[in-house]
Design a protein around this ligand. Structure first.
Ligand SMILES: [Cu+2]
Length: 308
């Protein structure tokens, strides 16, 4: 009779664990909360926001859902550890009941991790494929040229190296380069470097991609869906002033973008064209503001003119 009761106990534990996990999942589904709501509740689990592009939202959902799945497993494991520590703490010198070859338990802890990994792998592959997807006919093409230690953004009239640059913004030690882009349009980035490996990173896009010198021309596409101003950075240690290799992304409506680009094509500077569409002409979100090869400035016309 003793042998029978020790065999039924693990089964009961497995059943209880399964019920607990199923219950937690059901509670989440019934509460009607979206994944993004959960992300908001937990401070995005370390990410800056929900993201500002369609691609970012997909990655965000994957990140939040994976973290919740990991935490759910974690809580279960911690619970079992503490339960074992307390329930089976040493009470005497007698050897406790030894349970071996419990097939239901062994199948459970073999199949469950495989299922979890398979589900995570499936969603990761789907999201990665979508994020890397390239369209045949993007609405805008921007060539990103990185160099020690700044950025150049070339608006192009087509795809590939042979396309022509129709307008260009280049950063200097005095002025943070501003990349103006429209929301709701497919934007293709083509990256190239003049010297070492850099990395194009807008934290709010929840995405970064290395910028290589030489023949490699990294390409990716985004569809932005939120107007605003966002800091951009170099995310690959590229030398002395790497930390100051910043830019600012300004996302505007399609109409404003068309006006901006027309003004640039007509020979206006980035600052003039930004003013023309009612935007602040200089970077507002980007810090640090210069390469600190000179004293700190806010890139205002006065400080730039004064050479500070
Ligand atoms: Cu860099």
């Amino acid at each position: 009779m003793g042998a029978r009761s020790s065999a039924t106990r693990p089964r009961a534990v497995g059943r209880a664990a399964g019920l607990g996990l199923g219950g937690a999942t059901l509670l989440m589904l019934l509460s009607g909360c979206s994944i993004a709501d959960w992300g908001d509740a937990f401070g995005h689990f370390g990410w800056p926001s929900r993201g500002i592009s369609l691609q970012a939202h997909e990655m965000y959902d994957l990140w939040i859902a994976s973290t919740i799945a990991a935490l759910t497993v974690g809580v279960g494991v911690w619970g079992l550890i503490f339960w074992c520590v307390i329930r089976y703490r040493k009470r005497g010198d007698e050897l406790p009941v030894q349970t071996r070859f419990n097939m239901p338990m062994e199948i459970l802890y073999t199949v469950t991790p495989i299922l979890i990994v398979a589900v995570l792998f499936y969603y990761t592959a789907v999201v990665q494929t979508n994020v890397d997807k390239l369209s045949k006919n993007p609405d805008q093409v921007v060539e990103v040229v990185a160099f020690k230690w700044n950025w150049q953004f070339n608006y192009r009239d087509g795809m590939g190296e042979d396309a022509e640059t129709v307008a260009s913004t280049v950063g200097s030690s005095d002025v943070i380069p501003i990349l103006v882009l429209p929301v709701g349009e497919t934007i293709r980035f083509e990256e190239t470097s003049k010297d070492v490996i850099h990395s194009f990173w807008v934290p709010e896009m929840l995405f970064k991609r290395d910028v290589f010198p030489g023949n490699v021309r990294n390409v990716f596409e985004v569809t932005l869906d939120k107007t605003g101003r966002y800091v951009g950075r170099c995310a690959e240690l590229c030398g002395t002033y790497h930390a100051f290799m910043n830019f600012e992304l300004v996302t505007v409506t399609s109409e404003n973008f068309d006006k901006y680009l027309a003004a640039r094509k007509a020979g206006q500077s980035t600052q003039q064209a930004l003013t023309a569409i009612g935007e602040e002409p200089y970077a507002t979100r980007t810090s640090p503001f210069n390469t600190r090869r000179q004293s700190h400035t806010w890139n205002s016309p006065e400080t730039v003119a004064a050479g500070k």
